[in-house]
Design a protein around this ligand. Sequence first.
Ligand code: PMP
Length: 395
Amino acid sequence: MHKQDFPLLTNTPTVYLDSAASAQKPQSVLAAMDTFYRTYYANVHRGQCHIAAQATDLYERARRTIAAFIHAEPDTVVFTKSTTESINLVAAGYERLLRAGDEVLVCIAEHHANFVPWQQACLRSDATFKTFGITSDGTIDMADFNAQLSPRTKIVAVAQLGNVLGVANPVREIVAAAHAVGARVLVDGAQSCAHMPVNVKDLDCDFFAFSGHKLYGPTGIGVLYGKAEALSELPPYQFGGDMIRHVSVAETTFAEVPAKFEAGTPPFVEAVGLAAAVDYVQDIGMETIAEHEQNLTSLLCQGLSDIPGLTMLGDGSLKKGIVTFNVAGIHPADIAFALTQDNICVRVGHHCAMPVHARFHQDVSLRVSFGLYNEPADVATFLTSLHKTISLFGG
Ligand code: PMP
């Protein structure tokens, strides 16, 4: 679907099955950034000249486009450099707000970006870091979650869609339970925002983080949404230009959100590139993309089901665009190397999620992940190459 919009995929024979790591870029994103650099480039928020005003206007328009995409108000959308930075911003703030006896509750299946910052914030604040588990099909163990949740819980961190298991989590239910004990919830949307419609109002989450590069946008741009009151209780993350109201030798007062969290020159060309990516996916429709990727996922899981010795992490029927597995007796890196000979890109490793691999008694795994540009022919090419590889290894 729409493969022709992606120069890398039409200029090279690449069968790209690694979109969960980073997605390819459509022509419209490349053009938006190229035009910006060629015609309006000047630093935002500071200059008086006409191109600085145009650049600022484009940057703030990008904020409105991206806010509307997740159903948020523009002044609750902070630009960062990535999901990782968005989560670190919140966790660093909580490091100052947490007290001994407070608890932070994180899903065991989280990417390290939504795990380690919380673990470290707890270490530094004397709060207690707790995890809740998942069942063997890859869904959240809600009984465990509810058992761990208590009035001591100050924040819950969970992904909307896991980057290893590819299963959508019941975020609304988790948020409702967390709010009932007075905890806030941070949702990691790094994977979900490219694969399904996102509505932060409907989720009622307190924070939502994602990266531009997984959503067909550029690298170097991330988003942190936060409810106005949740963002305003956090201290600034970095200090410098653009985030102040007044500075004197005696003291500094800070600007309102979102400027309070956007110290220094922001990634404004990247923000405009991300807005172009959002326009692009919205023109196709997130529901259409979700349905298309669901079909590819089913096709792949069906093709994998008769391979002897194949162990999938989680239940294939629950997966959305991300399928992770191992084949007994063959290291996934050897499989990936063989697939590369057929120009097929997949990912091998722990996918920055060691705890969930430990949960499934695996060190590493091979991950196939789809983007909107993948086609059933890509699945067929992958399966043919995989079968060839397994037979070469004597499987
Ligand atoms: N969370 C999840 C679920 C992810 O998949 C990723 C990227 N693999 C991240 C967080 C981190 O994203 P980034 O590297 O863009 O900060």
